[in-house]
Design a binder for this molecule. Sequence first.
Ligand SMILES: Cc1cc2nc3c(=O)[nH]c(=O)nc-3n(C[C@H](O)[C@H](O)[C@H](O)COP(=O)(O)O)c2cc1C
Length: 403
Amino acid sequence: MTERRLPQWTEIRALVRSRRFEPSPTQRRLNRALTINDLRTVARRRTPRAVFDYTDGAAEAEISLARARRLFRDLELRPSVLRDVSAIDTTTTVLGRSSQWPFAFGPTGFTRLMHHEGECAVARVAQRFGIPYALSTLGTSSIEEVAAAAPAARNWFQLYVWRDRTAGEDLMSRAKAAGYEALVLTVDVPVAGARLRDTRNGLSIPPALTARTLVDIGMHPAWWANLLTTRPLTFASLPSWPGTPAELLTRLFDPSMTTTDLQWLRSFWDGPLIIKGIQTVDDAVRMVDAGADAIVLSNHGGRQLDRAPVPLALLPQVVDRIGDQVEIYIDTGVLSGADIVAALALGADCVLVGRAYLYGLMAGGELGVARAAEILTDGIRRTMALLGVSTVGDLGPHHVRLP
Ligand SMILES: Cc1cc2nc3c(=O)[nH]c(=O)nc-3n(C[C@H](O)[C@H](O)[C@H](O)COP(=O)(O)O)c2cc1C
């Protein structure tokens, strides 16, 4: 039988831990989020349905996104043991320059819709973590504002080419004047994908005030107060548009664009050119031949063609075919540091994330983006150590088995 005794007060006192009180309710909320999915749950509570759905949603039946996430989930990570992992070095080379972490914040439109702190907040966090951030043509903060918010960041500018070419020329020269490092040309939007959630929700930019909106104001008063008491929500580089984002894309973008137009682009942009939205080996080769400095294997987070190739599945074939002729980046479906490490092991030079930081932004503005970056960076460091590698260069295809 177990012998029992009365506990001493000094023993109990030694067990009592008082946690440091966090005065900011936003930070308290964020600290409880341990994964990007936790941030997504907070984001869903904090934003109107149409805003959350615009960010979270994808095209048609959302199969492209589901498949990309499923492949990350189902792959196997294969560790080596008894390696010295006492010091983990996560630096890598992006566009020929050292980058502190092997990922970047990808371009996302309408970012001030998700949280009034918007693109400038994302750029400041990118600057703090030493990673690139690509401002979208559909941004709600201007090229110059973002450059001023994060002057030491590696800012990239994402270009959509639309029918009026002079508008694109003007944006490229502004980006150059503001010190942007690279141009990201997105090529998977000849027309807009069918984002059914946006159509069902009647999403418009800026959000329209309807009877349904009034009910929503009651449910998300902080979001609406921020929207209505800060600078009006408009596109920084485009005329305003009363319809859904997809209608705007289809009206503006030039579906007649071909690789020949890259010569026109090159005559205005002499810096690094990253071509985003590559989905076959043949197109990867064509982009190398056309003079890209880097390509992004991406299906736009599943927001364009549904049932498109899964970028991670395509990666080994592209690496095989084009080797190190240009840098190869990848995105779509990344929700953890381990996902990033898996993509690097299969040969990616850098991983772009989209929703992962946007969930953070919706959950808590700049603090939330920083929390997302912290979750990803902790995950990268931990996964590398558990795999038995201490530098990004030590990762290889033998660390991953695709199903
Ligand atoms: C809300 C949202 C807006 C986006 N807007 C753009 C855009 O303006 N330009 C662009 O090239 N890609 C855009 N994308 C695609 C992202 O750059 C990226 O390819 C995608 O988010 C990667 O998938 P992930 O969200 O699973 O990380 C957007 C994605 C989201 C989620």
